[in-house]
Design a protein around this ligand. Structure first.
Ligand SMILES: [Fe+2]
Length: 280
């Protein structure tokens, strides 16, 4: 494994959105789109372009870090899967995780999508705590941080089960020489002291996650949710200078200039190095 491509926040819509009589869906998509044009075709085009760019970049593996759909609606998942299928990528080379938007309709939406339209991609995607996608020198750990909640919230959860499972992988001698890459939608937020804000937009369990990153220099994290590029240095304590190990990708849905911004990383000496943005 030499190169990884990172896409995020696709926000796929039901292609029949405009003809839909479902007023709840129409209202909810407008509300959660936060001013983004509610245009299913343009969003589909942006995803198709981004996948083409990822392929052209020579990436050995592609991760898409959540908010694959706008509402977690079954037709949105079907549409997302069709676009992914059309890109002709090897399914075991694509890792998908859900975001908060993918759980706005039902707490079973993601599971049903993996059993249905996204079945081909289930092998390398988030299906349960401790899941590992072993790609030679890199072990990807796709983690589901989504939870069924009101559309007024965008929080996530890093459960104690997930923390225990990640720790077990870190301690696994079989993975000792590999780079371990957590793939999840929500980043471990920092600096939020207000409990209400945490409840509305935070990631529960984030302090545990940061502790693991501090204690394990081989551990790295790819996330979405913030819709922008993030390179975050993990403080190793005791005055030791760390290096960026938490990386965020821009949102596919926000690409508005016909240039998909796909984030790339090269794997060197067991660590991910940002290789910039690839635009065709
Ligand atoms: Fe998003």
């Amino acid at each position: 494994m030499r190169r990884i491509a990172h896409l995020s926040d696709v926000h796929t819509l039901d292609p029949a959105h405009r003809r839909s009589n479902n007023t709840r869906y129409r209202f909810a998509t407008k509300f959660v789109s936060l001013g983004r044009p509610v245009d299913p075709r343009s969003r589909a085009r942006k995803l198709a372009r981004a996948l083409e760019a990822a392929k052209a970049s020579g990436a050995d593996h592609i991760v898409i870090t959540g908010d694959l759909t706008e509402m977690g609606d079954v037709r949105e998942f079907e549409h997302f899967a069709n676009i992914l299928d059309d890109a002709g990528l090897p399914p075991d080379g694509v890792t998908l995780v859900p975001g908060n938007h993918d759980a706005y309709t039902s707490d079973a939406g993601w599971r049903r999508a993996l059993e249905g339209p996204l079945k081909r991609y289930a092998g390398a995607s988030a299906t349960g705590a401790g899941k590992i996608v072993d790609r030679d020198n890199v072990a990807f750990l796709p983690i589901d941080t989504s939870c069924f909640q009101s559309i007024a919230r965008s929080a996530g959860t890093f459960t104690p089960d997930a923390a225990r499972a990640v720790q077990a992988r870190i301690d696994d001698p079989a993975l000792r020489d590999k780079s371990i890459v957590l793939v999840m939608h929500h980043p471990p937020f920092e600096g939020r002291k207000n409990a209400l804000t945490e409840w509305v937009v935070g990631l529960s369990g984030h302090t545990h996650l940061l502790d693991m990153l501090r204690n394990n220099p081989r551990l790295q994290l790819l996330h979405g949710h913030l819709h922008r590029v993030v390179d975050r240095i993990v403080d190793l304590g005791k005055g030791v200078a760390g290096r960026a190990r938490i990386f965020g990708a821009p949102a596919t849905v926000d690409d508005d200039d016909d240039r998909p911004r796909v984030r790339l990383y090269d794997v060197r000496d067991g660590l991910l190095e940002s290789a910039g943005l690839f635009a065709t």
